[in-house]
Design a protein around this ligand. Structure first.
Ligand SMILES: [Ca+2]
Length: 244
């Protein structure tokens, strides 16, 4: 290329750029949160934008403890990869956070999962999220989610016999009852087992600290009661965490 051609070529490039249709960069939609949850990195098929735009019932409450109300909802996509089918979603005006439920346990056929309640269980600021996850023949199961160190996570209770990992049981039949509620600053897991002419009631206690809840074994209470005295244990007729 002759040396004089170079400025001309440059001028043509500038002219072509000036004449090409102007492509405007998309302006951020103020209705759409500006951050997306890192916790969804294990769910590549799940689009955070789809979550943000999905309508659906949400429950208001301050989950992250900043003093402003957030909105808690569930996002279910039955076509997503296993482990990513159902998400608990928290949104505020700055962004969304989401974490997956263990979808192998969910009673989808019964319309679950569902937000059961937002309750203040631990001593940290912000409400915990109680989710109805599964319904058996008589016993139901809830999961609990909490914001810890700025991230939404599932609470991990200690493993208990006959209860799926990570869940809390409530309800039951004449032979066996379960309940979960708060007493003082602790979480109380109660069970009543028919034995002889009455029931053996066991109350176990956990100290809720963030998303790790620690057993307080020295506080376990066990008592044998007649069937008519079972009503004294009010947790068996109450919704999960209703006294928290
Ligand atoms: Ca908030």
């Amino acid at each position: 290329m002759p040396p004089t051609a170079r400025p001309l070529l440059a001028a043509l490039v500038v002219l072509a750029a000036a004449c090409s249709p102007k492509v405007e960069s998309p302006r951020p939609d103020p209705r759409e949160p500006r951050t997306i949850p890192l916790s969804l990195s294990g769910c590549p098929s799940v689009s955070p934008l789809e979550i943000v735009r999905s309508p659906g019932r949400s429950v208001p409450g301050d989950v992250d403890g900043d003093g402003r109300s957030d909105r808690v909802s569930l996002f279910v996509d039955r076509t997503a990869e296993p482990g990513c089918v159902a998400l608990v979603v928290v949104r505020d005006r700055d962004g969304i956070d989401a974490v997956a439920l263990n979808d192998g346990l969910i009673s989808f056929e019964l319309g679950l999962p569902r937000v059961s309640s937002l309750v203040d269980i631990d001593s940290a600021r912000g409400l915990e999220i109680v989710i109805d996850v599964a319904q058996g023949a008589s016993t139901a199961f809830v999961g609990v989610f909490s914001m810890a160190s700025g991230r939404l996570e599932r609470v991990r209770p200690p493993r208990l016999p006959n209860i799926p990992a990570g869940l809390f049981a409530h309800g039951g039949s004449v032979a066996h009852l379960d309940a979960v509620d708060c007493r003082r600053d602790l979480v109380m897991l109660s069970s009543a087992l028919a034995e002889g002419r009455g029931y053996v009631v066991t109350r176990r206690f956990l100290e809720p600290r963030g998303t790790r809840w620690f057993p307080q074994r020295s506080l376990t209470e066990r008592s044998s009661v007649r069937p008519q005295r079972l009503t004294r244990f009010r947790e068996f007729s109450a919704a999960p965490f209703s006294s928290c």
